[in-house]
Design a protein around this ligand. Sequence first.
Ligand code: GCW
Length: 706
Amino acid sequence: MSNTARNAALGLLLGLTTAIAAPADDGSGLWLRTPIPENAYHMDTDKPISPTMNIVLSELSRFRQRNWAVETDKHRNDLGSEGFEIRIMNDMVKIRAQTDIGLLYGAYHLLRDQACGSQITDNYYVKEVPYYKYRMLNHWDNLDGTVERGYAGNSIWKWDELPGTVSPRYAEYARANASIGINATVLNNVNASPKMLLTENLQKVKAIADVLRPYGIRVFLSVNFASPMVIGNLKDADPLKTEVAAWWRDKAKEIYTLIPDFGGFLVKANSEGQPGPCDYGRTHADGANVMADALKPYGGVVIWRAFVYGQKPQERVQQALLEFQPLEGKFRDNVIVQAKNGPLDFQPCEPFHPLFGKITKIPLAMEFQITQEYLGQSNHLAYLATLWKEVLDSDTYQNGPGSTVAKKIAESGMIAGVANIGDDVNWTRHPFAQANWYAFGRLAWNPDLKADAIAKEWLAQTFTPNPAFVDPVCDMMMSSVPAIRQYMMPLGLAHIFASTLGNHYGPGPWLYQTGNESFLKYASLLSTNENVPGRKVFDATETELGADRTKKGTGTVMQYNAPLCDQFNDLKTCPERYWLWFHRIGWKQKMPTGDTFWEHLCGQFESGAKTAATYPGIWESVKIYVDPERYNLVLGRLKLQAREAVWWKDACILFYQSVNKLPLPKGITPPIYDLAKLKRISFPNNVHFCPKPEDVNRALDGALKK
Ligand code: GCW
């Protein structure tokens, strides 16, 4: 038998065994599927142990490969308060850390290695210290149980039952987070209800904080800037008024009495209709500082969001830098400004946020979006680690070459991800969305990890370490974001969704045209103000497409340091994925690739749709390794994804053709949908809605040509 044949036969054998053994799995165990044995451990000593140590010991009873021991060593400053070291001593695996939390992280590391199939041999040695201090989830969960941009059911926080009833899910949540190093969580939506800070709600927050604490997780809250007015009965919330400052101080005191390790406030102010300091003619710094002063005595921080636009007649993607650069040096030292990865809004492809290269004094936090608002929500497989890596590895050239975004955010030590977690049994609805939660935590711990290595770890723990499964599925995951970019918004196109502040589901490039000012304004793109140069340049016209953000256009390229500024400014050197982000390109223009722009664009849609079309087959080829429940859930969604890729391709090509009147380029699969019918597709337009696969399928059936 040849080697290949033998491997195939072996793979088949292994696969068959797995198929028989693969028990039903509802996905609720995430990547932590080895159960903790009953009577997990016993202590020989009467010495009281901490709740965290209890968890360490019970988790380690899952470790089967060798004997083990744990030890705290106060002198190991090199490990910090969360790091750990694992080595083999006298035939025993020994985990050392300065703190019990460090031991917990060490335990999860060891268990991960075991689950991934590693043999813990005599020369096994690991020493790890997390790269960022705050590794944080941002929940956009509301007090009424809904989740803004949440596509996995309702909120896991059951405010109605708290504090009396404490759901067992809170501890499972804490455990899952601790296992990947997440140590901070903002419980509620940045579009925050002032009621969050009512005493009765703080009691509920305390109950959650008490569950999360032994897992090393600190609780933060989003706060509404107008709280002193709305729940404090003050006349206004002007940050420079002494009574307003006193209100925040009293509130901070109340919170810390209940939750001594409370992390601080996250604030969305003067953005998308939220109140803020600008309502009183004050600056973002004034607003942040009044809260920072209140939190300072307790070690709390204010996380102030940089996602502001629409206040001034400026191009949207430039506004954050224009607003925050003049405030350099004006924030208290316990304020961190949090910017989204790109300057628009979590689009499938954006260049990194200009703040990361231009701000020098204000500590900046990163905000990624784990929930897939703009990447197919819980219907598409989009493995986001590739996108996040692209951002973290981007060079801003702030201090010369090598000034990566990853290093920049180390100045604040904060990296946040908008959670994709809901009360669905499997937490994220799409089983592969669990991988994004997982990958976020792993990258927050160590941004140098490779996206494919993380995918493999996750697959091994979540399904099986068998390479016959892991390798092809990892390839599929790695190709997913590039494919989505191609079939949805290739070459730097952005925000052409069928709604603006609504559901963000499905294509609607026809909506972002002159005459539809509210869409244009939201999407960006360019301001509706007549005086902003190049304001009309976003439309698809008979001759061209794209946004002219060059030096001759809106000048956005100037928000990037040399040499990026010139690189982006020149189509010849601009990375292909940002062509339409920075340039307005003629349909018939010859591209550096040799084809015309129209041919090239159509080729992108085609290629993305072709990649998505391979996904159901890849999944079918690994069927024997997966339990039927998760297998079917994933298969149905991959088929939908393949179909939606054609929806996007056809909608965009047909619409652009209706504008440029050009023939379909050679090699492009003719559209199967009818443009007029596609334009009529609409789903409930709210911010926590993802259509069910069967509803999308029905809508698409109705839009077929005949
Ligand atoms: O992406 C947009 C979302 C809003 C969100 C806002 C923000 C929480 O569509 O739902 O509001 O960004 O980040 O503040």
